[in-house]
Design a protein around this ligand. Structure first.
Ligand SMILES: NC(=O)c1ccc[n+]([C@@H]2O[C@H](COP(=O)([O-])OP(=O)(O)OC[C@H]3O[C@@H](n4cnc5c(N)ncnc54)[C@H](OP(=O)(O)O)[C@@H]3O)[C@@H](O)[C@H]2O)c1
Length: 301
């Protein structure tokens, strides 16, 4: 299927990890409008240099009227996660009300890509697929699940082709679960129980590439897909790879029932059928994430 070309595209969350990379990929072939608060002005400048028009807006509080509505595609890459339990009103505003307001405002677009999360499955304690029932937990999970329902509703109501991507665990040297585990091991500790016993890991650039490839599959009713590595990895394997890269001996990982119960891990049969299995291996991700960590360790030494 064709990638987006010669389109007018709005990216909500353009300064974020995924939104920024999407703008970077879309800008050479499309007219791109990037929206965020741009708390880091440098991000806006970098986007402008790529030819992206940036519009600063607080999407939790301000009207969308400042945005053009004659656009072809809409990417929603915004969510309120950290602090959701303490500030449920902000989680509701960004995770539920914003998708509703955006789909109403941009109801004439050719397609919508909505970034959701594996957290809509809650903590199943096993490996799941899109066939499994969602069972979100806590304010974050619940508001993301509610956001999906809102998107599904407006997709049908206004006949807007939509794809809902449930991302799990993007990684690069700047962010992600591999970096978190590596720094925990460097501090001589084991990864916390909440990380579970099996974890998916996808390279950031592959997640972005597959987001773009998923866009033309937008449909009514909304097309829903897990987007992560094609299979999860045992935490013990991840620890072993990281320890090798960092040249450390990690504490032993004993079997703990609670860790098993906290597992949120996925298979991605729909993604694999459309695009084939993910190509960047766990080993490649670990090498890349650990390289700067190894350097910083030797600088300190
Ligand atoms: N990356 C992953 O591995 C992953 C995994 C699961 C789900 N997801 C989902 O994918 C989407 C993008 O993730 P990400 O990692 O790119 O997130 P991120 O780096 O945290 O980016 C979030 C974006 O939202 C903007 N934003 C936050 N509050 C805003 C507000 N009130 N008004 C306007 N803009 C606001 C931020 O910019 P400003 O601060 O400048 O406003 C930023 O551009 C999110 O829905 C996230 O839940 C990502």
């Amino acid at each position: 299927m064709q990638k987006l070309k010669n389109k007018r595209v709005v990216v909500l969350g353009a300064s974020g990890r995924i939104g920024f990379s999407l703008c970077e990929r879309l800008a050479p072939h499309n007219e791109v409008i990037g929206v965020a608060r741009f708390t880091d002005e440098e991000r806006a400048r970098a986007l402008n240099q790529m030819g992206v028009e940036t519009i600063p807006l607080d999407l939790a509080a301000e009207d969308l009227d400042a945005l053009p509505d004659d656009v072809d595609w809409l990417f929603i890459e915004v969510a309120y996660q950290h602090g959701a339990e303490q500030h449920p009103e902000l989680a509701e505003a960004l995770n539920v009300h914003l998708p509703a307001r955006a789909l109403m405002y941009f109801r004439n677009v050719q397609g919508v890509v909505f970034a959701s999360t594996g957290n809509v499955y809650g903590l199943p304690g096993r490996v799941i697929t899109e066939e499994d029932r969602e069972a979100p937990i806590g304010v974050y999970g619940l508001t993301r699940y509610a956001g999906e329902q809102v998107v599904k509703f407006f997709c049908r109501e206004f006949n807007i082709p939509t794809v809902i991507l449930r991302y799990f665990y993007g990684n690069n040297e700047h962010y992600g679960i591999i970096k978190k585990i590596a720094t925990t091991l460097q501090a001589g500790e084991l990864p916390p129980i909440w990380m579970g016993a099996q974890i998916n890991c996808i390279a950031h650039e592959e997640l972005v590439e597959r987001t773009l490839r998923a866009a033309p599959h937008a449909a009514v009713p909304a097309f829903v897909m897990n987007l992560t590595s094609s299979n999860p990895y045992p935490l013990s394997t991840i620890i072993q790879y990281i320890a090798r890269e960092l040249d450390i001996t990690p504490p032993p990982l004993n079997h703990i029932e609670e860790r098993e119960r906290m597992t949120l891990a996925a298979l991605t049969p729909i993604q694999d059928r459309l695009f084939g299995p993910t190509e960047i291996s766990l080993e490649q991700i670990v090498k890349r994430v650990c390289k700067p960590l190894r350097k910083s360790k030797s600088i300190k030494a």
